[in-house]
Design a protein around this ligand. Structure first.
Ligand SMILES: [Zn+2]
Length: 345
């Protein structure tokens, strides 16, 4: 009897993988190869399979074996909104019928197969999950000169973050995105959301400046880390961030290693991102971020006085309402630990 296979996004419930090819035992794809429909389902013929174990390969229409970073998804058209990992799963067949499914060794970062034999339910690891909240084809690689690190703060549900970045929000000011998101899993995964040459919306409006340069989104790559505020940072997630940062610095020499900053560093409003607990020291061990040369520095003078206490700080997105406590204290906080008064939220 025919077998149904359902292929879905591992992070986003209800998000089907469309157009994935299903082949058995390393057969090549051809014109007759079944592909998943718009709902992620496909019917395959298992009658001809011999009794015993077989391998089902699920090949997404857009996929890559490369790590998620500057080398993936950059050449995709605007109409392409998803890339997933290719996954192989094992099935046991008796008299043409699937009796059991099982995960194969070394595939865990590519996806999973759930219990059940008809349909066989497969969840694929997303690599690229396009956000419409962006300005596509906005800049050349040479124009990328800064990386801003963020935390989601609310929860570690990366599927919720991808959905938020994809959906239109009731308030247009909330139509945000970043170029990358890193999951908080034990084996953290990176998902690209906006191509590096496109402008993601992660670091505020034209008023947000870095070192005199207005509108940080124009020249920054945004990396969002799935992380609940005020909880410890997993070493593995920081490691995944460092790996992505090194890939980006290699790809884009226009980003100098000291130009890796926290959202708070460029945001002169009252927000704490990626949070006071963020492990800047781990990054600095790899020469990433801003490492003061020769120990102590005076931040009132360094960086053109950008981190001085009297830097104008506002408490609203549009007005210059003074905000003396929270924002002034968080701005540049990671360079001056003593700066955090107990009033910081
Ligand atoms: Zn942020």
């Amino acid at each position: 009897m025919p077998t149904q296979i359902q292929v879905m996004n591992r992070y986003v419930p209800g998000d089907p993988v469309v157009g994935a090819a299903i082949t058995f035992d390393h057969d090549n794809e051809d014109a007759k190869t079944p592909r998943t429909a718009a709902n992620g389902f496909v019917t395959v013929s298992t009658e001809g399979l011999s009794d015993g174990n077989h391998v089902v390969r699920i090949t997404p229409r857009y996929t890559s074996d490369l790590q998620v970073g500057p080398d993936i998804a950059e050449d995709l058209a605007v109409s392409v909104t998803r890339m997933f990992r290719l996954l192989e799963v094992g099935i046991a067949v008796l008299k043409g019928k699937v009796q059991a499914v099982n995960s194969l060794p070394g595939q865990q970062s590519r996806g999973t197969v759930a219990a059940g034999t008809n349909p066989v339910r497969v969840l694929l690891q997303p690599m690229y999950h396009r956000s419409p909240h962006q300005n596509p084809n906005f800049r050349t690689h040479e124009k990328i000169t800064l990386i801003a690190v963020h935390q989601t703060a609310g929860s570690t549900n990366i599927g919720g973050t991808l959905t938020w970045f994809e959906n239109q929000q009731a308030n247009p000011n909330d139509n945000v995105s970043s170029n990358y998101v890193i999951s908080a899993e034990a084996n953290p995964q990176v998902v690209k959301v906006v191509q590096d040459t496109s402008r993601a919306w992660h670091a505020g409006g034209p008023g947000q400046t870095w070192w005199g340069e207005a509108d940080v989104n124009n020249f920054a790559i945004g990396i969002e880390l799935s992380h609940k505020a005020k909880t410890p940072w997993p070493d593995a997630q920081i490691g995944a961030l460092i790996g992505l940062l090194e890939m980006l610095l290699n790809a884009y020499p226009s980003i100098k290693p000291h130009r890796i900053v926290g959202h708070t560093d460029v945001l002169l409003i009252d927000r704490d991102c990626p949070g006071l607990e963020f492990d800047w020291a781990a990054l600095e061990k790899f020469g990433l971020g801003m490492v003061p040369n020769g120990g102590a520095i005076s931040l009132d003078d360094a960086y053109g006085g950008f981190f001085a206490y009297d830097q104008p700080v506002t408490c609203g997105k549009t007005t210059a309402t003074p905000c003396a406590s929270g924002a002034a204290a968080t701005h540049g906080r990671h360079l001056r630990p003593s700066r955090a008064p107990s009033s910081i939220r």
